[in-house]
Design a protein around this ligand. Structure first.
Ligand code: ATP
Ligand code: MG
Length: 346
């Protein structure tokens, strides 16, 4: 049988440009994205509209972060030749579709969204735009015609919401949207340097992908190890030991790491030594990323190209989707102006 070429499944995923990316972003998202780009038609969204929802008073920061995130992405090996980088605000159709879909989205579905519930508890005065972010994510997915969205267990409600809204739209106006599926994967979470549940900018407990070797060394020195250990010859605990959690995530040889843990538990390995090992492991991991960063910083035209090419592809796709949407919804448009006499005489 002759081989027929099959179009690749399209993936949409993204990040909000709210500052430099850190090791948490790498472990929880980028590492997976790097693998996905070989197999799928990946659209990586820099969701700046979404960031305005809680940074409307600091648009400069968001604008700078769009470039910062792009350079972070390029530095870890996301490849604009294989994938599509999209800046949300360069494709205003994202806002248009989000607004239109919000008209058919029952408010109660948004109220029920677990991520939003968690965020609302953290911030007391969330904006209407921020509140609407689950619906805006639905628009991002449907606008790009993605059929797969990589998520962890806890984000499944977002995909359910997307399918529900797409189904409702299709029922009301005609079959426009294919229903996307979740590409379910394990999303590992990296704890903060302070041992708090999540490495996060707002908690100030991060190692950034852009940190230099000395900064990494300083940060690792301040990390928590085993608080019950007074001398380096005391038997050490691995459980809850932040340094070992990082070694679990980044140490390249699991068998060797097992041996290190054994020595630590037997009181044969001091905290200073373990931290030295971690510093070395992290710097070895970050070094090629730093080299690529320096390259892209010296070649800003490549950064610009990645954004322009991706955006231009996304603009065409969005224009096409919105043409179909407006037509399906029979929204007032140019055709109506041409037929104005007919409408007046109705
Ligand atoms: P921060 O919390 O540092 O401000 P952010 O809010 O920009 O970062 P999110 O929007 O929370 O980041 O996450 C963007 C992506 O990165 C998501 O896929 C999320 O799962 C992942 N991510 C962020 N921080 C971590 C972490 N500490 N561990 C694992 N994954 C993470
Ligand atoms: Mg966050």
């Amino acid at each position: 049988m002759p081989k027929t070429s099959v179009a690749k499944d399209r993936i949409l995923t993204g990040m909000r440009p709210t500052g430099p990316l850190h090791l948490g972003h790498y472990v929880g998202a980028l590492e997976n994205w790097i693998k996905l780009q070989a197999k799928y038609d990946c659209h990586f969204l820099i969701a700046d509209y979404q960031a305005f929802g809680d940074y409307a008073d600091n648009i400069d920061k968001i604008r700078d972060s769009v470039i910062e995130v792009t350079i972070d992405w390029l530095s870890v090996g996301l490849d604009p030749q294989k994938t599509t980088f999209v800046v949300q605000s360069y494709v205003p159709e994202h806002a248009e579709l989000s607004m239109l879909l919000s008209m058919i989205t029952p408010k109660v579905l948004i109220d029920r969204n677990p991520t939003l519930k968690a965020e609302s508890l953290l911030q007391k005065d969330i904006s209407l735009g921020f509140y609407n972010y689950p619906a805006s994510q639905v628009a991002d997915i449907l606008l790009s015609r993605a059929n797969l969205v990589p998520v962890g267990e806890d984000q499944l409600p977002h995909i359910e919401l997307t399918r529900e809204i797409a189904r409702k739209f299709n029922r009301m106006y005609g079959e426009i949207f294919a229903l996307p599926n979740a590409l379910l994967g394990r999303v590992p979470r990296l704890v903060g340097l302070d041992g708090k549940a999540k490495m996060s900018k707002s908690l100030g407990n991060c190692i950034y992908l852009s940190d230099d070797a000395q900064t990494v060394e300083k940060k690792v020195k301040k990390m928590f190890t085993d608080p019950t250990r007074l001398k380096s010859t005391d038997p050490g605990h691995i459980e809850g030991n932040v340094v070992f959690m990082y070694l679990d995530a980044f140490y390249p040889d699991q068998a060797e790491l097992k041996n290190l843990k054994k020595q630590y538990k037997e009181g044969k390995l001091g905290d200073v030594t373990v931290k030295g090992i971690l510093t070395e492991v992290l710097n070895k991991f970050l070094e090629p990323i730093r080299e690529k960063r320096a390259y892209f910083q010296a070649h800003p035209e490549l950064v610009r190209e990645a954004l322009l090419e991706g955006t231009s592809k996304a603009q065409k796709l969005a224009a096409h989707t919105m043409l179909e949407v407006r037509y399906a919804m029979k929204i007032t448009g140019y055709e109506d102006i041409k037929n104005i006499k007919k409408i007046i005489s109705k």
